[in-house]
Design a protein around this ligand. Sequence first.
Ligand code: ADP
Ligand code: MG
Length: 684
Amino acid sequence: MADLATDIQYIKGVGEARAKGMAKLGIQTLRDLVSFFPRAYEDRTVIKPISLAVPDETVCIRAMAAAAPRLSHIRKGLDLVKVRVVDEGGAMDITFFNQSFVKDAIKPGEVYVFYGKVAGTARRPEMTNPVFERETTRNVTGRIMPVYRLTAGLSQNILAGAARQGLEACGEALPDYLPEAVREGYKLAQARYAYENIHFPLSFEALEIARRRLIFEELFIISAAMGVIRKIRTVKPGRGLKDADMDVFYAALPFTLTGAQKRSIEQAVSDMKRPTPMNRLVQGDVGSGKTVVAAACCWFTWKSGCQSAFMAPTEILAEQHYRSLSALLEPLGIQVGLLTGSMTPKQKKTVQGQLRLGELDVIIGTHALLSEGVEFFDLALVVTDEQHRFGVGQRSALTAKGDSPHVLVMSATPIPRTLALIIYGDLDVSVIDELPPGRQKVETYTAGEKLRQRTYNFMRKLVGEGRQVYVVCPMVEESETADADLKSAQEYAARLQQEIFPDLRVALVHGRMKPKEKERVMSAFAAGQTDILVATTVIEVGVDVPNAALMVVENADRFGLSQLHQLRGRVGRGEHQSYCILFEGAGGEVSRERLKIMCSTNDGFKISEEDLKLRGPGDFFGSRQHGLPEMHIASLAADMDVLTTAQAAASEVLKADPALSRPANKAMKERIDTLFELRANTLN
Ligand code: ADP
Ligand code: MG
């Protein structure tokens, strides 16, 4: 019985060379080996008589070698072994390319099972390069076989063999992190059974039982880990704010809140009344109206005589929030200020002084809020917008400026709820799943080069009607192609202005501009002084110009779906019917399929779920940022219902044994501790 930390090169049948290849797949220890789950399975259970084998079907046949195999050298590098096999009702010719060992491996008169794809005709069936073994062994035929992810130098057989040896080597050491009571309570298989059957399922039912158990375990442990973090957090005392009649605030709004907005506000307010710091995520699709939720919280904080800080990721957004929040809050008697990096030292000093003395109630700003000179009179609420752009560290740098202030995080990235629950597992979540009334669907089309002239005509038509247009070019700031991307955006903007639309007003905004310059271009666009704005992705988040009714995206295949959805959210914000045209670029068939999802729905949650399925959680917005432990088996898109159950189970256990000190929970606790180590490493 081997320790799970054993290096795999000491596992029978692995050795140094194969261990190197397996390391590329992330397999280093015995634990990694048995947790390296197949990505798919091959059903080799069906054994058919030759007479019933249909061309193109992949099956097993059980047949006797009718004669000795014949080996022929066709030319250098090409050997053929041919053998005729027969069963009661038929005969089949089998060919092996470059597997000359078969000549001696197959003996006339012996019975074998061959697994492969049937070719030829129904009357003269053939098979090429089948898997085969003696009828008596049944290692690789007559059963369900695992299909693993591979890398150079490894084959399915090698990995399957290693997995088999690994399981054997583990013996009783196979970890069962689930407390017995949970396992029984939720009718889950034992670890041993689950590991055996995830690699070598006895049947598809057994595979399902194994999968369910392992998915549950993975999500259970992560949920419990998040529960532990939450516990640590709530131990810290915060400050309960005074109750206030929210109707007073609601009555001052220029519109009626949606039910989802009201619910989110009420959840946040009830958090803030408690003497533990709020830690809430407000998640809502673009245009769902998150800003007013933040405004309500600022108002509530002000009613207790305290200050709020609202941090946005860019100057453009900070200024926009400043405009909308001061319009909303100043009439109610609240002093709202702005602090950004591009303000003059003198302006900054003035604002800092007002903050320190409590003359400002609400401060909106960028990272500039984190700088040393910023001190508060009495900071009780921190709001961050577009959370994924801020590191965890930045959020806490701002909260450190108050005495355990309440925290409200707003995210427009419509993360599937599964992912949100895990990434923000230490946050409570409010979801705004309803758009304000009267929003129109943004009509979305994909287009190839053939439609370019028509698109230009359409742009001209809309501008003629008084609307404005965005043209977005991809540019990934930190990539190798960034310089070339920028150049092509510049050239494109120049061409649009000089050749296509000499009579219209075209402007360019990109991420390398000075903040001042950027702001100048953006506010000119917002003021309607520009007809067509060519932009790199700086306009991605939050920008609000209701008169813009068309967005054209160049090389749309270079964007993620969620990113496209964010971009598209820049139009359709006013009363005008709006459109989005996605130029396909050179992405080919797959990306065309992908882009079609954009045409079929405007629902950000659906889109991000598709995105997640296509790209996996690691890519979703960079695994470094969300600091998630790698998931071996659970699919965040598909295993939502298991997550809910696993979470309930985890919180039951934590409720009964908050420190996880009972012997029954020992294995679980150890597993969580390892996860914390992983998390600590990935978050830095
Ligand atoms: P996001 O969630 O994308 O940040 P915003 O808060 O910017 O959305 O709101 C988008 C637009 O919708 C703003 O112009 C805002 O004034 C408006 N809005 C928000 N809530 C409502 C509502 N309940 N009814 C009508 N308009 C609303
Ligand atoms: Mg917003």
